[in-house]
Design a protein around this ligand. Sequence first.
Ligand code: ZN
Ligand code: ZN
Ligand code: ZN
Length: 82
Amino acid sequence: MCHNDGRYHTICGHFIPMSTRQQDCLRPDCLFSRRHAHSAAMCKATGCHRLMTVPQRNPIRISETKCADCIMREREGMVGII
Ligand SMILES: [Zn+2]
Ligand SMILES: [Zn+2]
Ligand SMILES: [Zn+2]
């Protein structure tokens, strides 16, 4: 099964995948693989791993901070208050 390497932010609980670090399992029955036998939109095969909507998350880094999105959202909120 494919998985994304990424960073897990413990404070906000978000996982930020690194798109450059996607591991391809190269299985023809995996929807996320380049070797997938069918086109992702057209795949009707029940044997394919199509129930998974996102590749598995593989946190290779743990950050005890908020993710960039949350920091940004917080800043925007503060602008609203001031
Ligand atoms: Zn896969
Ligand atoms: Zn398929
Ligand atoms: Zn976050």
